[in-house]
Design a protein around this ligand. Structure first.
Ligand code: TYM
Length: 383
Protein backbone atom coordinates (compact mmCIF):
# COMPACT_ATOMS: atom_id res chain seq x y z
CA UNK A 1 0.00 0.00 0.00
CA UNK A 2 1.30 3.50 -0.80
CA UNK A 3 2.29 5.54 2.23
CA UNK A 4 -0.37 8.21 1.82
CA UNK A 5 -3.12 5.67 1.62
CA UNK A 6 -1.86 3.76 4.65
CA UNK A 7 -1.59 6.99 6.60
CA UNK A 8 -4.91 8.44 5.66
CA UNK A 9 -6.92 5.45 6.87
CA UNK A 10 -9.51 6.56 9.35
CA UNK A 11 -8.63 10.25 9.10
CA UNK A 12 -11.17 12.74 7.94
CA UNK A 13 -10.49 15.71 5.69
CA UNK A 14 -6.98 14.54 4.99
CA UNK A 15 -5.38 15.83 1.80
CA UNK A 16 -5.05 12.30 0.49
CA UNK A 17 -8.61 11.10 0.23
CA UNK A 18 -11.18 11.11 -2.53
CA UNK A 19 -13.63 13.79 -1.56
CA UNK A 20 -17.07 15.08 -2.50
CA UNK A 21 -17.57 12.70 -5.37
CA UNK A 22 -14.16 12.93 -7.02
CA UNK A 23 -13.06 9.71 -8.73
CA UNK A 24 -9.96 7.59 -8.30
CA UNK A 25 -7.39 7.70 -11.08
CA UNK A 26 -7.34 3.97 -11.71
CA UNK A 27 -5.34 1.74 -14.03
CA UNK A 28 -8.00 1.95 -16.75
CA UNK A 29 -7.80 5.73 -16.84
CA UNK A 30 -3.99 5.69 -16.84
CA UNK A 31 -3.99 3.20 -19.72
CA UNK A 32 -6.42 5.42 -21.59
CA UNK A 33 -4.16 8.45 -21.14
CA UNK A 34 -1.29 6.34 -22.47
CA UNK A 35 -3.31 5.27 -25.52
CA UNK A 36 -4.52 8.81 -26.24
CA UNK A 37 -1.09 10.43 -25.99
CA UNK A 38 1.12 7.54 -27.13
CA UNK A 39 3.41 8.36 -24.18
CA UNK A 40 4.44 6.40 -21.10
CA UNK A 41 2.38 7.81 -18.20
CA UNK A 42 4.25 10.23 -15.95
CA UNK A 43 5.60 8.64 -12.75
CA UNK A 44 3.21 10.88 -10.75
CA UNK A 45 0.40 8.91 -12.42
CA UNK A 46 2.10 5.53 -12.20
CA UNK A 47 2.74 5.99 -8.46
CA UNK A 48 -0.68 7.39 -7.52
CA UNK A 49 0.70 10.85 -6.66
CA UNK A 50 -1.99 12.29 -8.93
CA UNK A 51 -4.67 10.10 -7.45
CA UNK A 52 -8.06 11.67 -8.04
CA UNK A 53 -9.97 13.39 -10.84
CA UNK A 54 -13.20 14.94 -11.96
CA UNK A 55 -14.39 14.31 -15.54
CA UNK A 56 -10.99 13.34 -16.98
CA UNK A 57 -12.84 10.74 -19.08
CA UNK A 58 -14.82 13.55 -20.67
CA UNK A 59 -11.58 15.33 -21.62
CA UNK A 60 -10.31 12.09 -23.18
CA UNK A 61 -13.60 11.40 -25.01
CA UNK A 62 -13.35 14.83 -26.62
CA UNK A 63 -9.62 14.55 -27.27
CA UNK A 64 -10.07 11.18 -28.99
CA UNK A 65 -12.64 12.89 -31.21
CA UNK A 66 -10.07 15.55 -32.15
CA UNK A 67 -11.59 18.16 -29.85
CA UNK A 68 -8.95 19.99 -27.88
CA UNK A 69 -8.97 21.55 -24.42
CA UNK A 70 -6.78 23.92 -22.41
CA UNK A 71 -4.92 23.63 -19.12
CA UNK A 72 -5.28 26.01 -16.19
CA UNK A 73 -3.24 26.05 -12.99
CA UNK A 74 -1.94 28.67 -10.57
CA UNK A 75 0.12 29.93 -7.68
CA UNK A 76 -0.56 32.27 -4.77
CA UNK A 77 2.67 34.31 -4.50
CA UNK A 78 2.93 34.41 -0.70
CA UNK A 79 6.72 34.72 -0.62
CA UNK A 80 9.78 34.99 -2.79
CA UNK A 81 10.84 31.36 -2.36
CA UNK A 82 8.76 28.41 -3.45
CA UNK A 83 9.30 24.97 -1.96
CA UNK A 84 9.59 21.65 -3.76
CA UNK A 85 5.94 20.81 -2.97
CA UNK A 86 4.89 23.70 -5.19
CA UNK A 87 6.81 22.13 -8.06
CA UNK A 88 4.59 19.03 -8.14
CA UNK A 89 1.59 20.50 -10.01
CA UNK A 90 3.85 22.54 -12.29
CA UNK A 91 6.05 19.56 -13.25
CA UNK A 92 2.94 17.56 -14.02
CA UNK A 93 1.30 20.41 -15.94
CA UNK A 94 4.42 20.73 -18.08
CA UNK A 95 4.17 17.04 -18.94
CA UNK A 96 0.46 17.38 -19.77
CA UNK A 97 1.18 20.36 -22.00
CA UNK A 98 3.83 18.36 -23.83
CA UNK A 99 1.95 15.11 -24.34
CA UNK A 100 -1.43 16.65 -25.22
CA UNK A 101 0.07 19.68 -26.98
CA UNK A 102 -2.42 22.20 -25.61
CA UNK A 103 -2.37 25.82 -24.45
CA UNK A 104 -1.95 26.64 -20.77
CA UNK A 105 -2.95 29.59 -18.59
CA UNK A 106 -1.32 30.16 -15.19
CA UNK A 107 -2.98 32.47 -12.69
CA UNK A 108 -0.83 34.28 -10.11
CA UNK A 109 -3.22 35.29 -7.35
CA UNK A 110 -1.32 38.28 -5.98
CA UNK A 111 -4.70 39.77 -5.03
CA UNK A 112 -5.43 36.67 -2.89
CA UNK A 113 -2.13 36.96 -1.02
CA UNK A 114 -2.63 40.68 -0.43
CA UNK A 115 -6.06 39.94 1.04
CA UNK A 116 -4.96 37.01 3.20
CA UNK A 117 -1.48 38.02 4.32
CA UNK A 118 0.10 40.98 6.03
CA UNK A 119 1.55 42.27 2.76
CA UNK A 120 1.31 45.39 0.58
CA UNK A 121 -0.21 45.18 -2.91
CA UNK A 122 3.17 46.15 -4.35
CA UNK A 123 4.94 43.32 -2.52
CA UNK A 124 2.36 40.76 -3.66
CA UNK A 125 2.82 41.89 -7.27
CA UNK A 126 6.62 41.73 -6.91
CA UNK A 127 6.41 38.16 -5.56
CA UNK A 128 4.12 37.24 -8.48
CA UNK A 129 6.85 38.25 -10.94
CA UNK A 130 9.54 36.45 -8.92
CA UNK A 131 7.46 33.27 -8.68
CA UNK A 132 6.76 33.50 -12.41
CA UNK A 133 10.51 32.99 -12.95
CA UNK A 134 10.45 29.72 -10.98
CA UNK A 135 7.37 28.59 -12.89
CA UNK A 136 8.91 29.44 -16.27
CA UNK A 137 12.06 27.56 -15.19
CA UNK A 138 9.93 24.38 -15.13
CA UNK A 139 10.16 24.52 -18.93
CA UNK A 140 6.78 25.69 -20.25
CA UNK A 141 6.42 26.40 -23.95
CA UNK A 142 6.43 30.19 -24.38
CA UNK A 143 4.31 29.92 -27.53
CA UNK A 144 1.55 28.04 -25.75
CA UNK A 145 1.59 29.52 -22.23
CA UNK A 146 0.05 32.69 -20.80
CA UNK A 147 0.96 33.62 -17.22
CA UNK A 148 -0.99 36.45 -15.61
CA UNK A 149 -1.09 38.36 -12.36
CA UNK A 150 -4.66 39.09 -11.26
CA UNK A 151 -3.65 42.64 -10.33
CA UNK A 152 -2.53 43.18 -13.95
CA UNK A 153 -4.94 41.15 -16.02
CA UNK A 154 -8.16 42.20 -14.30
CA UNK A 155 -7.54 45.75 -15.46
CA UNK A 156 -7.09 44.77 -19.10
CA UNK A 157 -9.51 41.94 -19.82
CA UNK A 158 -13.25 42.61 -19.97
CA UNK A 159 -13.80 38.89 -20.69
CA UNK A 160 -12.19 37.91 -17.39
CA UNK A 161 -14.16 40.43 -15.34
CA UNK A 162 -17.44 39.46 -17.03
CA UNK A 163 -16.96 35.86 -15.89
CA UNK A 164 -16.05 36.99 -12.37
CA UNK A 165 -19.28 38.90 -11.92
CA UNK A 166 -21.28 36.06 -13.44
CA UNK A 167 -19.84 33.67 -10.85
CA UNK A 168 -20.36 36.25 -8.09
CA UNK A 169 -24.03 36.54 -9.00
CA UNK A 170 -24.53 32.78 -8.64
CA UNK A 171 -22.82 32.09 -5.33
CA UNK A 172 -24.31 33.24 -2.03
CA UNK A 173 -22.47 34.36 1.11
CA UNK A 174 -23.93 31.32 2.82
CA UNK A 175 -22.38 29.01 0.24
CA UNK A 176 -18.85 30.47 0.50
CA UNK A 177 -19.14 30.42 4.30
CA UNK A 178 -19.92 26.71 4.04
CA UNK A 179 -17.11 25.97 1.59
CA UNK A 180 -14.29 28.20 2.87
CA UNK A 181 -15.28 28.84 6.48
CA UNK A 182 -15.50 32.65 6.10
CA UNK A 183 -16.93 34.50 9.07
CA UNK A 184 -18.79 37.81 9.39
CA UNK A 185 -15.56 39.59 10.24
CA UNK A 186 -13.68 38.52 7.09
CA UNK A 187 -13.16 41.38 4.65
CA UNK A 188 -15.39 41.43 1.57
CA UNK A 189 -12.30 40.96 -0.63
CA UNK A 190 -11.84 37.44 0.72
CA UNK A 191 -15.52 36.64 0.35
CA UNK A 192 -15.56 37.54 -3.34
CA UNK A 193 -12.12 36.12 -4.16
CA UNK A 194 -13.26 32.54 -5.01
CA UNK A 195 -14.98 33.95 -8.12
CA UNK A 196 -11.59 35.27 -9.29
CA UNK A 197 -9.98 31.84 -8.97
CA UNK A 198 -13.01 30.32 -10.72
CA UNK A 199 -13.09 32.60 -13.79
CA UNK A 200 -9.98 31.28 -15.63
CA UNK A 201 -11.82 27.92 -15.88
CA UNK A 202 -13.89 29.52 -18.66
CA UNK A 203 -12.28 30.09 -22.05
CA UNK A 204 -14.11 33.39 -22.57
CA UNK A 205 -11.82 34.87 -19.90
CA UNK A 206 -9.09 34.74 -22.58
CA UNK A 207 -10.52 36.16 -25.82
CA UNK A 208 -7.00 36.79 -27.16
CA UNK A 209 -6.16 33.07 -26.91
CA UNK A 210 -9.42 31.47 -27.95
CA UNK A 211 -10.43 33.94 -30.69
CA UNK A 212 -13.60 34.67 -28.78
CA UNK A 213 -14.57 30.97 -28.88
CA UNK A 214 -16.46 30.14 -25.73
CA UNK A 215 -17.11 26.78 -24.14
CA UNK A 216 -13.68 25.24 -24.70
CA UNK A 217 -13.20 22.68 -21.99
CA UNK A 218 -10.64 23.32 -19.25
CA UNK A 219 -8.51 20.82 -17.32
CA UNK A 220 -7.03 21.90 -13.98
CA UNK A 221 -4.07 20.03 -12.45
CA UNK A 222 -3.52 21.02 -8.78
CA UNK A 223 -3.07 19.52 -5.34
CA UNK A 224 -6.22 18.43 -3.53
CA UNK A 225 -6.22 21.55 -1.27
CA UNK A 226 -7.52 23.66 -4.19
CA UNK A 227 -10.54 21.45 -4.84
CA UNK A 228 -13.05 23.59 -2.84
CA UNK A 229 -12.61 26.44 -5.35
CA UNK A 230 -13.37 24.17 -8.24
CA UNK A 231 -16.27 22.35 -6.63
CA UNK A 232 -17.82 25.79 -6.37
CA UNK A 233 -16.87 26.55 -10.00
CA UNK A 234 -18.33 23.27 -11.27
CA UNK A 235 -21.54 23.98 -9.42
CA UNK A 236 -21.90 27.41 -11.05
CA UNK A 237 -20.72 26.49 -14.59
CA UNK A 238 -23.98 25.10 -16.06
CA UNK A 239 -25.93 28.00 -14.57
CA UNK A 240 -23.85 30.50 -16.55
CA UNK A 241 -23.84 28.36 -19.70
CA UNK A 242 -20.24 27.14 -19.42
CA UNK A 243 -18.72 23.64 -19.36
CA UNK A 244 -17.59 22.37 -15.97
CA UNK A 245 -13.79 22.33 -15.67
CA UNK A 246 -12.22 18.87 -15.27
CA UNK A 247 -9.62 18.30 -12.54
CA UNK A 248 -6.60 16.16 -11.74
CA UNK A 249 -5.68 16.21 -8.03
CA UNK A 250 -2.34 15.36 -6.43
CA UNK A 251 -1.66 14.34 -2.84
CA UNK A 252 0.13 16.81 -0.60
CA UNK A 253 3.91 16.67 -0.50
CA UNK A 254 4.91 16.20 3.17
CA UNK A 255 7.08 18.42 5.39
CA UNK A 256 10.53 17.09 6.29
CA UNK A 257 9.29 16.48 9.83
CA UNK A 258 6.67 14.02 8.59
CA UNK A 259 3.34 13.78 6.87
CA UNK A 260 1.46 15.14 9.91
CA UNK A 261 3.31 18.48 9.89
CA UNK A 262 2.67 21.36 7.54
CA UNK A 263 5.33 22.87 5.32
CA UNK A 264 5.67 26.57 5.84
CA UNK A 265 7.56 29.29 3.99
CA UNK A 266 8.35 30.89 7.36
CA UNK A 267 10.09 27.72 8.60
CA UNK A 268 13.07 27.07 6.29
CA UNK A 269 13.63 23.67 7.89
CA UNK A 270 10.14 22.41 7.07
CA UNK A 271 11.04 21.70 3.47
CA UNK A 272 13.55 22.05 0.68
CA UNK A 273 13.26 25.39 -1.08
CA UNK A 274 14.09 26.14 -4.68
CA UNK A 275 16.70 28.62 -3.42
CA UNK A 276 18.57 26.12 -1.19
CA UNK A 277 22.29 25.48 -1.68
CA UNK A 278 23.63 21.90 -1.95
CA UNK A 279 24.94 22.25 1.62
CA UNK A 280 21.57 23.41 2.97
CA UNK A 281 19.85 20.49 1.24
CA UNK A 282 22.29 18.03 2.79
CA UNK A 283 22.00 19.51 6.30
CA UNK A 284 18.21 19.73 6.18
CA UNK A 285 17.79 16.14 5.07
CA UNK A 286 20.33 14.75 7.51
CA UNK A 287 19.02 16.78 10.43
CA UNK A 288 15.28 17.05 9.84
CA UNK A 289 13.96 14.31 7.53
CA UNK A 290 11.79 12.09 9.71
CA UNK A 291 13.13 8.56 9.71
CA UNK A 292 11.20 5.30 9.57
CA UNK A 293 14.32 3.47 10.71
CA UNK A 294 14.83 1.66 14.02
CA UNK A 295 16.51 3.06 17.13
CA UNK A 296 19.69 1.00 16.82
CA UNK A 297 21.57 -0.51 13.89
CA UNK A 298 21.03 -3.98 15.36
CA UNK A 299 17.26 -3.50 15.55
CA UNK A 300 17.20 -1.96 12.07
CA UNK A 301 19.07 -4.91 10.59
CA UNK A 302 16.74 -7.30 12.38
CA UNK A 303 13.32 -5.66 11.80
CA UNK A 304 13.94 -3.28 8.87
CA UNK A 305 12.72 0.30 8.28
CA UNK A 306 9.20 1.55 7.61
CA UNK A 307 8.82 3.22 4.19
CA UNK A 308 5.25 4.30 5.01
CA UNK A 309 6.49 6.94 7.47
CA UNK A 310 10.04 7.58 6.26
CA UNK A 311 10.17 11.08 4.73
CA UNK A 312 13.30 10.39 2.68
CA UNK A 313 11.54 7.50 1.01
CA UNK A 314 8.41 9.60 0.47
CA UNK A 315 10.46 12.37 -1.17
CA UNK A 316 12.12 9.78 -3.42
CA UNK A 317 8.71 8.57 -4.61
CA UNK A 318 8.14 12.11 -5.92
CA UNK A 319 11.57 12.83 -7.35
CA UNK A 320 13.38 9.60 -8.21
CA UNK A 321 12.07 8.72 -11.64
CA UNK A 322 13.63 5.26 -11.99
CA UNK A 323 10.96 2.74 -10.90
CA UNK A 324 13.39 -0.18 -10.56
CA UNK A 325 15.79 1.77 -8.37
CA UNK A 326 12.94 2.97 -6.16
CA UNK A 327 11.70 -0.59 -5.73
CA UNK A 328 15.24 -1.80 -4.91
CA UNK A 329 15.58 0.91 -2.24
CA UNK A 330 12.22 -0.02 -0.79
CA UNK A 331 13.16 -3.69 -0.54
CA UNK A 332 16.57 -2.93 0.92
CA UNK A 333 15.22 -0.47 3.50
CA UNK A 334 12.32 -2.67 4.53
CA UNK A 335 14.58 -5.70 4.94
CA UNK A 336 17.07 -3.72 7.06
CA UNK A 337 19.88 -4.05 4.53
CA UNK A 338 19.86 -0.28 3.90
CA UNK A 339 20.27 2.12 6.85
CA UNK A 340 18.54 5.50 7.29
CA UNK A 341 21.80 7.39 6.69
CA UNK A 342 22.28 5.53 3.42
CA UNK A 343 18.72 6.25 2.27
CA UNK A 344 19.17 9.93 3.15
CA UNK A 345 22.35 9.96 1.07
CA UNK A 346 20.38 8.74 -1.96
CA UNK A 347 17.84 11.50 -1.40
CA UNK A 348 20.55 14.16 -1.04
CA UNK A 349 22.17 12.95 -4.26
CA UNK A 350 18.79 13.09 -6.01
CA UNK A 351 17.73 16.55 -4.76
CA UNK A 352 21.02 18.43 -5.07
CA UNK A 353 21.34 18.15 -8.88
CA UNK A 354 17.60 18.63 -9.36
CA UNK A 355 17.56 21.93 -7.43
CA UNK A 356 20.86 23.08 -8.97
CA UNK A 357 19.48 22.45 -12.48
CA UNK A 358 16.32 24.39 -11.57
CA UNK A 359 18.42 27.32 -10.32
CA UNK A 360 20.48 27.25 -13.51
CA UNK A 361 17.34 27.38 -15.68
CA UNK A 362 15.88 30.14 -13.49
CA UNK A 363 19.00 32.26 -14.05
CA UNK A 364 18.24 32.22 -17.78
CA UNK A 365 14.75 33.65 -17.17
CA UNK A 366 15.22 37.38 -17.66
CA UNK A 367 12.66 40.11 -16.92
CA UNK A 368 12.13 40.29 -20.69
CA UNK A 369 11.20 36.59 -20.84
CA UNK A 370 8.76 37.07 -17.93
CA UNK A 371 7.24 40.01 -19.80
CA UNK A 372 6.74 37.86 -22.90
CA UNK A 373 4.99 35.09 -20.97
CA UNK A 374 2.82 37.67 -19.18
CA UNK A 375 1.73 39.66 -22.24
CA UNK A 376 -1.89 38.95 -23.24
CA UNK A 377 -1.51 37.60 -26.77
CA UNK A 378 -2.58 34.98 -29.24
CA UNK A 379 -0.91 31.62 -28.59
CA UNK A 380 0.40 29.24 -31.22
CA UNK A 381 -2.73 27.12 -31.24
CA UNK A 382 -5.87 26.93 -33.33
CA UNK A 383 -9.12 25.63 -31.89
P1 TYM B 1 -0.42 27.80 -3.77
O1 TYM B 1 0.53 28.89 -4.11
O2 TYM B 1 -0.71 27.55 -2.33
O3 TYM B 1 0.10 26.47 -4.40
C1 TYM B 1 0.46 26.39 -5.78
C2 TYM B 1 0.19 24.98 -6.29
O4 TYM B 1 0.94 24.05 -5.51
C3 TYM B 1 0.07 23.11 -4.89
N1 TYM B 1 0.67 22.83 -3.58
C4 TYM B 1 1.19 21.64 -3.27
N2 TYM B 1 1.27 20.49 -3.99
C5 TYM B 1 1.82 19.41 -3.40
N3 TYM B 1 2.30 19.44 -2.14
C6 TYM B 1 2.27 20.56 -1.38
N4 TYM B 1 2.75 20.56 -0.15
C7 TYM B 1 1.68 21.74 -1.96
N5 TYM B 1 1.45 23.01 -1.52
C8 TYM B 1 0.84 23.65 -2.53
C9 TYM B 1 -1.30 23.79 -4.83
O5 TYM B 1 -2.36 22.87 -4.78
C10 TYM B 1 -1.29 24.57 -6.13
O6 TYM B 1 -1.63 23.72 -7.20
N6 TYM B 1 -5.02 29.80 -4.60
C11 TYM B 1 -3.90 29.07 -5.22
C12 TYM B 1 -3.43 29.68 -6.55
C13 TYM B 1 -4.30 29.28 -7.72
C14 TYM B 1 -4.42 27.98 -8.28
C15 TYM B 1 -5.31 28.10 -9.38
C16 TYM B 1 -3.84 26.74 -7.95
C17 TYM B 1 -5.07 30.11 -8.47
N7 TYM B 1 -5.69 29.42 -9.45
C18 TYM B 1 -5.64 26.99 -10.17
C19 TYM B 1 -4.17 25.64 -8.73
C20 TYM B 1 -5.07 25.75 -9.82
C21 TYM B 1 -2.71 29.02 -4.26
O7 TYM B 1 -2.59 29.82 -3.36
O8 TYM B 1 -1.79 28.02 -4.57
Amino acid sequence: MQWWRARSKGRQNSFQELRFGSSKIDTDLINRIERATGQKPHHFLRRGIFFSHRDMDQILDAYENKKSFYLYTGRGPSSQAMHVGHLIPFMFTKWLQEVFDVPLVIQLTDDEKYLWKDMTVEKAYEYAKENAKDIIACGFDINKTFIFSDLDYLGTSPGFYKNIVKVQKHVTFNQVKGIFGFTDSDCIGKISFPAIQAAPSFSSSFPQIFNGKENIQCLIPCAIDQDPYFRMTRDVAPRIGQPKPALLHSVFFPALQGAQTKMSASDPNSSIFLTDTPKQIKTKINKHAFSGGRDTIEEHRKYGGNCDVDVSFMYLTFFLEDDDRLEQLKQAYTSGELLTGELKKVLIETMQPLIAAHQERRKQVTDEVVKQFMTPRKLAFEF
